[in-house]
Design a protein around this ligand. Structure first.
Ligand SMILES: N[C@@H](CCC(=O)N[C@@H](CS)C(=O)NCC(=O)O)C(=O)O
Length: 216
């Protein structure tokens, strides 16, 4: 099996897939796409031919391309079930997906690069305006995630239960994004405790932005 990951060191969506590949013990080749250089390498014709959305991550498995981090993580779960990212009963899995989706659908799209660029270019926002916007949506999503962790985490080390799941794969990169825009994380001690613990695990630590070959 050979895997190539189209990635960018600071992309939190690519960070999710790096964690999932690491947890599954799958080696991969990184193909960096610089999201800012020259108008964004993700928007060039060669990459659009692979992913018409012009977003990272994208994963090539034995030459076949898959986009969207959640679809990629679930694909990895299906081809390499152990260790499970979606463990437990149907109810457990639905709740874990809900936590991942809260990040993937309700927080991250509102602080993604192209959305923030649009706020700047079309709505005249400066750095502070753009960061306030991002912080607002991150805080709103983290309020729910904090409560879910209180309900579902076994001992405060993982977002759900007592092993790393898709909830953690999506949560940690969003904490990095939150810090980038100076979100006040003091109201979220459970999220912070989970993030601190996850970073003690090599699969998570080696996926972080600063550890990537294209990190600046
Ligand atoms: N829902 C997508 C989001 C992908 C996404 O937004 N990726 C960002 C980086 S985190 C990107 O490529 N941004 C480029 C741009 O906005 O032009 C996923 O989960 O894969």
């Amino acid at each position: 099996m050979s895997f190539r990951l189209y990635t960018y060191w600071r992309s939190s969506a690519a960070f999710r897939v790096r964690i999932a590949l690491n947890l599954k013990g799958l080696e991969y080749e990184s193909v960096p796409k610089h999201l800012l250089r020259d108008g964004g390498e993700q928007r060039k014709a060669d990459y659009l031919a692979l992913n018409p959305q012009g977003l990272v991550p994208g994963l090539e498995h034995d030459g076949a391309f898959v986009s969207q981090s959640l679809a990629i993580c679930e694909y990895l779960e299906e081809i390499r079930p152990e260790p499970p990212l979606l463990p437990g009963s149907a109810l457990d899995r639905a709740r874990i997906r809900a936590m991942a989706l809260a990040v993937a659908c309700d927080i991250h799209p509102l602080n993604n690069l192209r959305v923030l660029q649009h706020l700047r270019r079309e709505f005249g926002q400066d750095d502070e305006g753009v960061n306030r916007w991002a912080r607002h949506w991150i805080t709103s999503g983290f309020i729910a995630l904090e409560q879910w962790i209180a309900r579902y985490s076994a001992d405060g080390r993982y977002g759900y239960g007592s092993t790393p799941t898709l909830a953690d794969v999506f949560l940690l990169p969003q904490v990095f994004n939150a810090r980038r825009v100076q979100t006040d994380l003091e109201p979220f001690p459970r999220i912070l405790a989970v993030a601190d613990h996850l970073l003690t695990l090599p699969a998570f630590a080696s996926a972080r932005p600063e550890a990537q070959p294209d990190a600046e």
